[in-house]
Design a protein around this ligand. Structure first.
Ligand code: NAG
Ligand code: NAG
Length: 316
């Protein structure tokens, strides 16, 4: 073995690293997006419909909030646009109108890709009075999903869009919902997600001290306080969040994959175009999928071994 073999080995290492990276790219994406007063009029402009289609098509499942579409006209239009795009096949499930005001009812909507996701069950958290007032202004519409190619397989999504002035109380009350759902469906893989207004005056480091959702050791906040889920330069707030319940779910997530989808940068468009949809950005997070996990498990020892051989046989 002469020194001349070394470039070949290096080349092989680079190739192996590249393979391990590209196999990891095949993941499963969960998104959450406050689409600010989403109704059929918002889709009047073809440009907005197309932009929203591009944005949402990165998601396997996406929670949409602030949807006002009781007759389903807007969602039908959106899903049909998504299904004409890149051979995707989406469907959605929506809650009824929720909210304390008679005139001001909003829905939670879960958009999901039928190729990767099915629905096992769904449950509207009841509008119960506890004391003088109920716990939520918009009770979670909870969906149990099956995504069999992900490492965790099945998971439950609990959505919430809080009333800003009640952010802390509503976030804390989610703890009771988690407890109830664990018992009801005998599940551990639960994610809480949505516009929690969990920053900037509504929720601070001090006032969240006794909050069970922040304090609990089996809950993991994936979007950190320094994230900015708002669009304008005037605000820098981590309002939208993913909170995962349990070690199994946490291990099933691609490390550091929870991010704000700043599609203004990605698509190189103006802030006004982004604001035509919403003053929030979507957030997204990747679940590990089975095949990529298995390939990585095979490749990583190979890479380590090859590196060792290179060092031993060809000391610099
Ligand atoms: C949609 O919302 C906008 C803004 O609030 C409103 O002006 C419009 O009338 C709504 N469209 C429908 C169909 O309700
Ligand atoms: C999820 O889907 C897989 C594959 O189709 C199936 O074997 C499994 O039973 C499903 N799980 C639930 C809870 O429906």
């Amino acid at each position: 073995m002469g020194k001349s073999r070394r470039p070949l080995l290096v080349l092989f290492l680079v190739w192996a690293l590249f393979l391990s990276k590209s196999s990891g790219a095949k993941t499963y994406k969960i998104c959450s997006y406050n689409v600010q007063n989403f109704n059929v009029s918002k889709l009047d402009g073809l440009r907005i419909l197309h932009l929203l289609t591009k944005v949402l098509s990165i998601c396997d499942v996406c929670l949409l909030q602030e949807v006002r579409d009781l007759d389903g006209e807007a969602m039908k239009k959106l899903v049909s646009s998504l299904n004409g795009y890149n051979g995707f096949n989406y469907d959605y499930v929506a809650s009824g109108g929720l909210g304390r005001g008679e005139e001001d009812k909003e829905q939670y909507v879960f958009l999901y890709r039928k190729q990767t996701t099915t629905i096992v069950d769904q449950y509207q958290y009841p509008d119960e009075k506890k004391g003088s007032e109920d716990a939520f202004s918009r009770e979670p519409f909870i969906v149990y999903f099956n995504a069999s190619q992900t490492v965790i397989g099945e998971f439950v999504l609990i959505p919430l869009r809080v009333e800003p002035e009640k952010a802390l109380e509503e976030i804390d009350a989610l703890y009771d919902v988690v407890t109830e759902i664990k018992k009801k469906w005998q599940v551990e893989n639960i994610m809480l997600l949505g516009d929690f207004q969990a920053d900037c005056g509504y929720v601070t480091k001090t006032n969240r001290r006794d909050n069970r959702l922040f304090g609990s050791l089996d809950l993991f906040w994936l979007i950190k306080d320094d994230a900015d889920t708002t669009v304008t330069d005037m605000t820098d707030c981590a309002y939208d969040r993913f909170v995962v319940h349990g070690q199994t779910f946490l291990r099933g997530i691609v490390p550091l994959s929870a991010k704000v989808f700043n599609f203004k940068k990605v698509f190189k468009i103006s802030m006004n175009e982004v604001l035509e949809i919403s003053d929030h950005y979507p957030i997204h997070v990747d679940l590990k999928v089975k095949s990529s996990g298995q390939q990585q498990a095979l490749l990583q020892p190979c890479i380590v071994l090859l590196t060792l051989i290179t060092i031993v046989l060809f000391p610099a």
